[in-house]
Design a binder for this molecule. Structure first.
Ligand code: IMP
Length: 186
C-alpha cells in the first residue's frame, strides 16, 4: 500500500462527483423519498461505516418524521473485491416488526451485502424494506437489481471519498473520486 497520508487527495486519479453534484443528487433523492413515505414514519438505517456521510445528508433532505438506526456488516476486509463473506458487527436496536425500513447504502458492487441484509431483516416481519444507495456498480456486474433508489451509476472502478474508504483512508474527502490503482498495488 502506498498511501499519501500527508495529502490523501493526491491519491485520487480522477474526480467523479463534486460536492455540489453530490448535494444536488442527494436533495433529489430526499425529495423523492419525502413523497414516497408521506404519512409514514420510516426507520432509516445507515449501513456503517461507508454510508454515514450520505445517510446524514439524506436524512436532512427527508421532510418527514423519521427514526434512525445503524447496522454494521463487514464484507470487505481491506481489499478491493467482495469476499462474499458477510459478518454482522452491529445489529439494529429498533424492533422493525410492522415498520417501513429504508436501508441507506454507500455503494452496491456484487450486491451480496444487500442480498444478505434484505434476507436477514425480512425475517423480522417489517411492513416494507427498500434500499437507497448512492453509487451503483451493477452495470459491471449484472445480478438482480437490489436498489429502489439509486444516486449515480458508475463503472467498475474503485472509488473513495464522501464516506467511502480504502483500508480506512479517504472517507472524509468531500468529493468522490477514482483511486489511483498504484495505491493498492502490491
Ligand atoms: P457488495 O457486497 O459487493 O455489493 O459490496 C458492497 C460494499 O463493498 C460496499 O458497502 C462498500 O463498503 C464496499 N465497496 C464496493 N465497492 C467499493 C468502492 O469502489 N470503494 C469503496 N468501497 C467499496
Amino acid at each position: 500500500m502506498h498511501i499519501n497520508t500527508e495529502n490523501p487527495g493526491m491519491d485520487v486519479e480522477r474526480l467523479l462527483f463534486t460536492e455540489e453534484q453530490i448535494a444536488k443528487r442527494v436533495a433529489e433523492l430526499g425529495a423523492q423519498l419525502t413523497k414516497d413515505y408521506a404519512g409514514k414514519r420510516p426507520v432509516v438505517v445507515c449501513i456503517l461505516r461507508g454510508a454515514s456521510f450520505f445517510f446524514v445528508d439524506l436524512c436532512r433532505q427527508m421532510k418527514l418524521d423519521v427514526e434512525i438506526d445503524f447496522i454494521d456488516v463487514s464484507s470487505y476486509g481491506s481489499g478491493t473485491q467482495s469476499s462474499g463473506v458477510i459478518r454482522m458487527v452491529k445489529d439494529l436496536d429498533t424492533d422493525i416488526e410492522g415498520r417501513d425500513v429504508l436501508l441507506v447504502e454507500d455503494i452496491v458492487d456484487s450486491g451480496l451485502t444487500l442480498k444478505h441484509l434484505r434476507q436477514l431483516l425480512g425475517t423480522r416481519s417489517p411492513a416494507s424494506i427498500r434500499v437507497c444507495c448512492l453509487l451503483n456498480k451493477q452495470a459491471a456486474h449484472p445480478v438482480e437489481l437490489n436498489c429502489e433508489y439509486n444516486g449515480f451509476e458508475i463503472g467498475n472502478e474503485f472509488v473513495v471519498g464522501y464516506g467511502l474508504d480504502y483500508a480506512e483512508h479517504y472517507r472524509n474527502l468531500p468529493y468522490i473520486g477514482v483511486l489511483k490503482p498504484e495505491v493498492y498495488a502490491d
